[in-house]
Write a protein of this length. Sequence first.
Length: 277
Amino acid sequence: MFDFDILVEPFKYSFMINAFIISLIISIPTALLSCFLILKGWALLGDAISHAILPGIMIAFILNLPLLIGAFISGLSCAVLTGYISNNCRLKPDTVMGVLFSGFFGIGMILYFFVNTNIHLDHILFGNLLGIENHEMKTIVPISTIVSLIIIIKWKDFLLYSFDLVQAKASGLKVNVLHYILLSIISLTVVVTLSATGLILAVGLIITPGAIAFLLTRKFLNMLYASVLICMISMCFGTYLSFYIDSSPAPTIILVLTALFFISFIYRILLNPKKST
């Protein structure tokens, strides 16, 4: 006879309960943001920022400042610098991003090996969802709430800015302000995901939910709802599954999202084969 206690075993441990709670909290801002990054074509920017926060973390440690502040400033600096260089040379933004995020990441790695620190590199690169402490919770919750509220309040403005910049200007929107607000939101969201998935896999959380929702829906509002639901389910199920297969939650979550992406892609092909080809 099947023992149902095995299914509920993860809920007997406080560190697993905390992981599920953090997963639900983080999934909201990451999923909402991913929809706009998909429309704007800024997928690589999220990857660039996630790699660029490493030197900020190390400099903040050296100066005895909160690590999240250093990570945010470093990520935002990379995003702003990318825009400035792209606007003042013939190189395309994706080329500039590739140069900058590899450079920032290299600086961060050099600082890590030269500075005597108690920070675990594995936790920075791959996250530590099962080991999140109370002081980290006090940072993650307000940042996630603020980012989510900004996106919910300004989603129509962000949509117009992402979809049609000319129309956004004609409508009287301050596109430069929206641009830097969106960059700040991306940096804050990457900082929030640092504890859950680390630098390497953070881009999966801020891109894949929106990509899946884009394949499954035709209206943007439905895309937002679907993205949040998909991200919540994937993060919780990935965390749950990692308990049984004895793996880290971060790569398990990303693999669940990747599997859902391919399932959605196949579903879209079968539903409308002519358009898919």
